[in-house]
Design a protein around this ligand. Structure first.
Ligand SMILES: NC(=O)c1ccc[n+]([C@@H]2O[C@H](COP(=O)([O-])OP(=O)(O)OC[C@H]3O[C@@H](n4cnc5c(N)ncnc54)[C@H](OP(=O)(O)O)[C@@H]3O)[C@@H](O)[C@H]2O)c1
Length: 327
């Protein structure tokens, strides 16, 4: 199955390595890679193994449409950076791929947070699959869990601890460090956004909340509809005082169906250290789904990294291959 990658950074390269490792069982071929500054690489028609892990890039092709045509791919994988304000240009990349009748996988939460219903409906009209497992919990099954394993279960709401940088900042302040030292630690670990205020002011969590609500509850919202406040007003003194009394702080996303709409909010909440929501540390994340038939159930990821994100994309590709070539 020929695959075109749009974006070849941390996730794209981890995915290419994983595809190479699994190639005897899953004959996926990366037939094209398109980037911003590095340019475009497209496979020669006879190259059965696809592009090498370090392909020779030529000048960037003029448009996504030209690239997708040249790649001859059956599936487009969108892995460009998140634009939290609009979801672009990733949303347009996905539209262009769906327009060509390609299946699409993305790890970019922007399009899911801003334009999910339109993309889902476009994929349905074209008779192709659109998958995005890695967008919220780095590859840990959330969307596929609900779609595949919880038939007839209505998701009424969810509670999540979904941002890593804020956990590192709180933990640093509890140990006597400053807010800025916490942000610096998160940067060194490679988990902070380029502009870390995006994490600490709650905007990253707002994007994840909107994405989950759009897919699991058909909310049809954008991140701007989430009432979000971050951890900016918490001081080291306050964090230490809470810690001494057995409490801690987590940035918590909460969503529920409300009369005439949805209640979506992100807040820094004071929790008992024994609270299940307080149990995640570092890059570990946790999501509880509040449902009708199944009550409350949850998933937790322990210290996921880029290889787990790549796996989420890979698992989506396996589902598409099963649909295309038969199980
Ligand atoms: N890293 C993680 O652990 C993780 C976890 C979950 C989700 N994600 C999501 O996965 C996506 C990719 O993350 P990443 O860490 O791989 O990002 P990254 O390392 O910054 O790589 C981004 C890639 O996209 C390319 N690019 C940027 N703008 C482009 C454009 N307009 N057209 C075509 N290519 C473009 C870049 O090109 P150049 O190489 O030429 O600069 C680069 O190859 C993001 O949306 C991120 O939020 C990442």
């Amino acid at each position: 199955m020929k695959i075109a990658l749009i974006g070849y950074g941390n996730v794209g390269q981890a995915l290419a390595r994983l595809i190479r490792r699994q190639q005897s069982e899953y004959p996926f071929v990366i037939s094209g890679i398109h980037t911003a500054r590095h340019g475009t690489a497209v496979c020669k028609k006879d190259a059965a193994k696809g592009l090498s892990l370090t392909p020779r890039f030529g000048p960037a092709m003029g448009s996504i449409e030209d690239f997708l045509r040249a790649s001859g791919a059956r599936v487009a994988v969108e892995l460009t950076p998140l634009n939290p304000w609009s979801g672009e240009p990733a949303t347009s990349h996905i539209r262009a791929a769906l327009d060509r009748g390609l299946h699409v996988v993305t790890a970019n939460k922007g399009p899911i947070a801003h334009a999910y219903a339109g993309l889902r409906d476009q994929a349905t009209r074209r008779g192709v699959l659109f998958r995005f497992e890695s967008t919220v919990m780095d590859g840990t099954p959330v969307f596929n869990l609900v779609r595949r394993n919880l038939p007839a279960v209505e998701v009424l709401g969810f509670t999540g601890v979904l941002n890593s940088t804020t956990k590192i900042v709180v933990e640093t302040m509890e140990r006597g460090g400053t807010f800025e030292q916490g942000v610096e630690t998160a940067r060194r670990l490679g988990i902070a956004e380029a502009d870390a205020r995006f994490d600490t002011d709650g905007w990253d969590s707002a994007c994840k909340t909107a994405a989950l609500a759009n897919v699991l509850m058909d909310a049809g919202v954008t991140p701007q509809a989430v009432s979000a406040r971050g951890i900016g007003r918490i001081t080291p003194e306050r964090a230490q005082e809470l810690s001494r009394s057995g409490k801690t702080i987590r940035l918590v996303s909460r969503a529920r169906s409300a009369a005439g709409g949805f209640s979506l909010r992100v807040r820094a909440e004071v929790l008992e250290k024994t609270d299940v929501l307080a149990s995640t540390r570092g890059t570990s994340n946790l999501l509880l789904l509040h449902t009708g038939l199944m009550g409350t159930l949850g998933v937790v990821s322990i210290n996921p990294g880029v290889d787990q994100t790549a796996y989420g994309v890979f698992s989506d590709l396996v589902e598409i291959a099963d649909a295309v070539y038969g199980e």
